[in-house]
Each structure stands twice: as C-alpha cells, then as structure tokens.
Design a protein around this ligand. Structure first.
Ligand SMILES: Nc1nc2c(ncn2[C@@H]2O[C@H](COP(=O)(O)OP(=O)(O)OP(=O)(O)O)[C@@H](O)[C@H]2O)c(=O)[nH]1
Ligand SMILES: [Mg+2]
Length: 393
C-alpha cells in the first residue's frame, strides 16, 4: 500500500513526511524545495493484542510502544503542485506520474493562510482555493491520460464487444483503478452506453469520478498551530462538508518525535500527552510547552498519526491481522507476535492464508482464532485486530 502526500508548494508535505518517517530530507520555506519524490516508511497505529495475552511483542517490522503497535506503510512525498501542473506548469506533470501507484492521497493544505497559490509567503490566503485547484488538476491529469487513447480505445471495445469496466481497468491499470471502481462510477453516472459517443465533458466527469474512487483523499489542514488556522479550518469544513478533513501540525509532530528520539521526552505518536525525561533544558521546555498549549491541548494531538490511520483504516478500509496460534505466540526464534499485516477489508481466512504463502492457501484446512481457539472455515471474514493460525494439509 502506498500513501501519496500531495498539495501546492510550501504547505508542509515534506515536514509531514519527515515527522512520519524521521528520514533526513529537505524542508524549507521557499516553493519547490522538493524536486525528486521522497520515498519512505511511515506507520499506522494499532492497539496491540499482546496486552490481551499479557505479554510484550517483538515486531519484525515497525515497533511497539506501551502496547501501541506501529505497522509500516509506504509513504511518498512529491514536488508541490500548482495550477496548470497537468499541462506541465511548475515542475510539470512528470511527477504526477509518481503518484499513479498511490492507493490514497493525503492532501496537505496550509490552513494558516500564509502561503499563496504558488507557495510564496503571504497573509490571509483562503485555503479553500487550494483544495479546488488540486482537485481540478488531479481530474485533468486523469482526463489527459484517458483522452490520449479514448477514441481508439472506445472504438476497439465496441467493435470487439468487450466489457467496458474490465477494459478500462486493464487499459488504465497503471493508474491502479480496478473494475469494481469503474462499475461503481458507471452505476451512479448517467453516461451514454457507447463510450465513443461520450462528449469531452462526459469523459472529464468520468475521469473525475474514477479519480475520487480510485485515489480517495483526506485533507490534512496543516499548520494548525498558527493563530489564523482555526478560522480557516472552520471555513474548509463548511465549504467541503462531504470531505474527510483533519487538522494537523506536522511541524509540532516532527519536534515531538525528534525530542522523543533524543530521549528528552516520552511521547507515543498520536497521543495528546508527553512526559519530560531528565536532562531536558529550559529552552527545550519552552518550545515543547508551546506545542502542548497551542496544539495538543487544543486539537487533542498533532493530527499526523490520526491522519495516517484515517487514510488506511477509514478511507481504504484496511484491517490489521496478526498471524498467531493460541498455544504459541512466538516464532521459531522466540519473537512474540512478530508480524502484523494490513489486509483489505473483507479479506477472508483463505485470503489471509494466500497472503502468508501460496502453499498455505492451496493446502488450507482451517483457521484457528488465537483468542477463542475456535476453528473457522475459508470464508470467514476477518476483522480488524484478529489473530489467526492457518492449519494446512
Ligand atoms: N507553523 C507551521 N509551519 C510548518 C508546519 N509544517 C511545515 N511548516 C513550515 O512550512 C514550510 C514549508 O515546509 P515543507 O515541508 O518544506 O513544505 P512542502 O510542502 O514540502 O514544500 P515543497 O517541497 O516546496 O512543495 C517550512 O518552513 C516548514 O517549517 C506546521 O505544522 N506549522
Ligand atoms: Mg517538500
């Protein structure tokens, strides 16, 4: 799974990325600081099941703090996107290509209103304009990809009597859209039966709807630590009432994670509290207290972890599943609950078996619930935080 961070220049995409990954990358107040995409690993937070088994896990990937399990997800931070990007303006549409493989977008918006449409410093900018701009550019990006081949593509499927939704999913597989998503869009849209007869507006409409389905998006209203942010966030929530919007302060999260890494504080990402360790000096304390007062106390956290979780579990509807047997929670090396995997919602016990190893899938007999020791068949639909052992022939 790949999460793409998008937005105009200087909104804090790289700061969000750095806070989530602690990778050493460039952050600066001038536009187009990022040119080449940054790839890294962030984490979603899951209540670890080790607590229920009265033990402490040793993750193979990610980490666990105080029974909060952090499960890796891939993150990508791209160059800032400006109006006309789909036509090559700014850093052009080449980097839009980087975004093809993303499953979900986090649109980082500067809720402080202190950067203009190009990411240059200003005051009183309305962030709602940035949301409209980005939506439009992403739609046009999909539209341009479609239009390049539409006429020949449409004629071919009509001549060969092919199933439209299947043909779209295959032709545009690079955009990571699937057949069900195409079907969903067609169900709701009133489009002519023959795609060759669609007007340009109808193709644009289809592109837009498919983009929203194929790459769902959460708005991260960043820089919420700024005094102007609260009013702007309200404005965004009113104007985009059907969007998923969450306030954040990437800068504050970065400071907290770095302070935790330097062992100045005990901080669990996503929590609204931290504790001071010994050795923290007065200057550091003043900076951290400011984050507490302006961000943690007001927004109940910095929002960064919550946004990653919302993207994966609410928008993409993934679930976390632990391979574990009732009698033995460890692997051959003695590591307790070493794995926790993210699977699409609706995955069955058999899907899980295949996910673990194709031989497990082929030789599946039953799945045993590590908590209840109950046996389940291949069609059992897994739930978030389920723990199962797969029994094979
Ligand atoms: N006040 C405040 N400033 C922030 C926050 N997040 C980022 N910034 C600042 O915003 C500026 C731009 O941050 P970047 O992370 O480089 O922004 P970007 O979106 O990656 O910019 P480009 O790579 O140029 O597209 C920097 O000066 C950051 O310190 C935040 O939560 N609050
Ligand atoms: Mg950047």
């Amino acid at each position: 799974m790949l999460i793409g961070l998008v937005g105009k220049p200087s909104v804090g995409k790289s700061t969000f990325f750095k806070a989530a990954t602690l990778a050493e990358i460039e952050i600066a107040s001038y536009p187009f600081t990022t040119i080449k995409a940054n790839h890294g690993v962030g984490y979603v937070k899951v209540d670890c099941i080790d607590k229920e088994f009265d033990t402490q896990c040793n993750p193979n990937h990610g980490f666990c703090i105080d029974h909060h399990r952090f499960v890796p997800v891939d993150l990508m931070d791209v160059a800032g996107l400006v109006e006309g990007a789909s036509e090559g303006k700014g850093l052009g549409n080449q980097f839009l290509d980087d975004l093809r493989q993303a499953d979900v977008f986090i649109h980082i918006v500067d809720a402080s209103g202190t950067t203009d449409a190009e990411g240059k410093p200003t005051e009183g900018h309305n962030p709602c304009e940035d949301i409209l701009m980005l939506d439009k550019e992403l739609d046009k990006w999909f539209y341009n990809i479609f239009m390049k081949v539409w006429k020949t593509f449409a004629r071919k499927i009509e001549m060969e009597n092919k199933k439209f939704s299947e043909a779209v999913a295959i032709q545009f597989s690079g955009l990571k859209v699937n057949e069900d998503q195409v079907k969903d869009v067609l169900l709701k849209a009133d489009l002519p039966e023959k795609p060759s007869q669609w007007t340009d507006e109808q193709v644009l409409f289809f592109a837009s709807e498919l983009r929203k389905k194929g790459k769902p998006m959460i708005i991260a209203a960043n820089k919420c630590d700024h005094p102007e942010a609260q009013a702007n966030i309200k404005k965004i929530e009113e104007e985009f009432s059907d969007y998923l919007i969450y306030p954040c302060s990437a800068d504050s999260e970065l400071a907290l994670r770095q302070a935790a890494k330097a062992e100045l504080i005990h901080y669990i990402p996503g929590e609204e509290h931290f504790e001071y360790n010994e050795g923290v000096n007065d200057r550091q304390k003043i900076a951290l207290e400011k984050i507490k007062k302006n961000v943690l106390d007001v927004y109940k956290g910095t929002g960064v972890q919550e946004i990653l979780n919302l993207a994966v579990f609410d928008l993409l509807k993934y679930i976390a599943v632990f391979p574990a047997s009732a009698n033995k929670l460890g692997d051959s090396k003695g590591n307790i609950l070493p794995d926790c995997f993210l699977l699409p919602g609706g995955s069955t016990a058999l899907d899980f078996a295949y996910f673990l190893h194709s031989d497990f899938g082929k030789n599946f007999i039953k799945a045993i619930d590590a908590r209840s020791k109950q046996a389940r068949g291949k069609d059992y639909e897994l739930k978030h935080r389920d723990a199962f052992e797969i029994v094979t022939r």
